[in-house]
Design a protein around this ligand. Structure first.
Ligand code: UDP
Length: 322
């Protein structure tokens, strides 16, 4: 079995590559290192079944060769992080839509099964929690760049479902909720690595808004296992699945927990959204997945709880070479 991972040098992609190699799969990755990093894959680069192409997925010549050589495709390459999306909306829209277009067209050319990674941003600011896959989406106006991410990913989903419906291409969509673990950096705004780095330095933890927004955090290895299991489940084809953890925490409580766990003397600083992102920024108040569909499909059960996750990530920042 040969698997292609787009975005394979990224935080989630590198964990997926490692897990597939351990299962005896030959792994090809393509990553332009825009947000992915060679450090993430340093430990697997000399593996005889590992192959790397440093290239953008929009390079069709390179992608044609890779797709033709592999049996399945995990498409993870995308713009990451709300902060990056607000700062670089053109790049976000183009990267997400054009990249997925290339992946699906070539998968269709060689009849390769594809798993498309989507996002809980799809639900927008819907308040109908927990979110079910078929729920309506509630989005803000096009003048607010945050919503470009949700919309670009929705186009990816529409396209993947259309290829399945019209061309019988085997596509699966996995909607990820906040995923965390070692190798995720705070550089693109993600809250847990940011808070842990701030706590370890003794800097104030920057809680945006009133800190009462709720998120559920999933450990990266739970996500990777779900991706591999969905790929090998025939009934998953043509379907959309939430993958995450359904236990929520407010961002303020998260900050307090991190201060406690790191034994830090840091305080909490409340930062208005307009200052953290941009004027008029809209956040999701509560984001919780309904996991019944993925549980029924692959017997999914997140194995790691927030306390374990925080310990792993704190340890990773204290001992980055482990
Ligand atoms: N957040 C925060 N302080 C930070 C970074 C993020 O309070 O330094 C908040 C952010 O506004 C959001 C939540 O933490 O409500 C999760 O943010 P992240 O960027 O990790 O993921 P999102 O849920 O926005 O996709």
């Amino acid at each position: 079995m040969k698997a292609l991972i787009t975005g394979g040098a990224g935080f989630i992609g590198s964990h997926l590559a490692e897990r597939l190699l351990a299962k005896g799969v030959e792994v090809y990755i393509i990553d332009d290192l825009s947000t992915g990093r060679l450090d993430n894959i340093e430990h697997i680069r000399s593996h005889p079944h590992f192959h790397l192409a440093v290239e953008d997925v929009r390079n069709e010549t390179v992608m044609d060769r890779l797709v033709s050589e592999c049996d399945v495709i995990y498409h993870l390459a995308a713009a990451v992080g709300v902060e990056l999306i607000v700062k670089s909306p053109v790049e976000t829209i183009e990267r997400n839509i054009l990249g997925t277009d290339v992946v699906l067209r070539l998968a269709n050319r060689y009849l390769r099964k594809v798993l498309i990674t989507s996002t809980s941003e799809i639900y927008g600011k819907s308040e109908a929690v927990p979110f079910k896959e078929d729920d309506d989406r509630v989005l803000g106006p096009t003048t607010k760049s945050r919503w470009s991410y949700s919309s670009s990913k929705a186009i990816d989903e529409f396209l993947a479902l259309a290829y399945f419906k019209e061309r019988k291409l085997e596509t699966i969509i996995m909607r990820l909720f906040n995923t965390v673990g070692p190798r995720q950096t705070g550089r693109y705004g993600m809250v847990i690595p940011r808070f842990i780095q701030q706590a370890l330095k003794g800097d104030p933890l920057t809680v945006y808004g009133d800190g009462q927004q709720v998120r559920c955090f999933t450990y990266v290895l739970d996500v990777v296992e779900a991706a591999i299991n969905l790929m090998s489940t025939p009934l998953a084809v043509g379907q959309v699945y939430n993958v995450g953890n359904d236990r929520g925490i407010t961002i303020e409580s998260l900050a307090q927990k991190i201060i406690e766990k790191t034994g830090s003397s840091s305080t909490i600083e409340y930062v208005p959204y307009a200052k953290a992102y941009e004027e008029g920024f809209e956040d999701m108040r509560v984001r919780v997945p309904d996991l019944s569909k993925v549980k029924a499909a692959i017997d999914y059960q997140p194995r790691f709880h927030l306390d374990d996750i925080l310990e792993f990530v704190i340890d990773h920042f204290k001992n980055p070479l482990d």
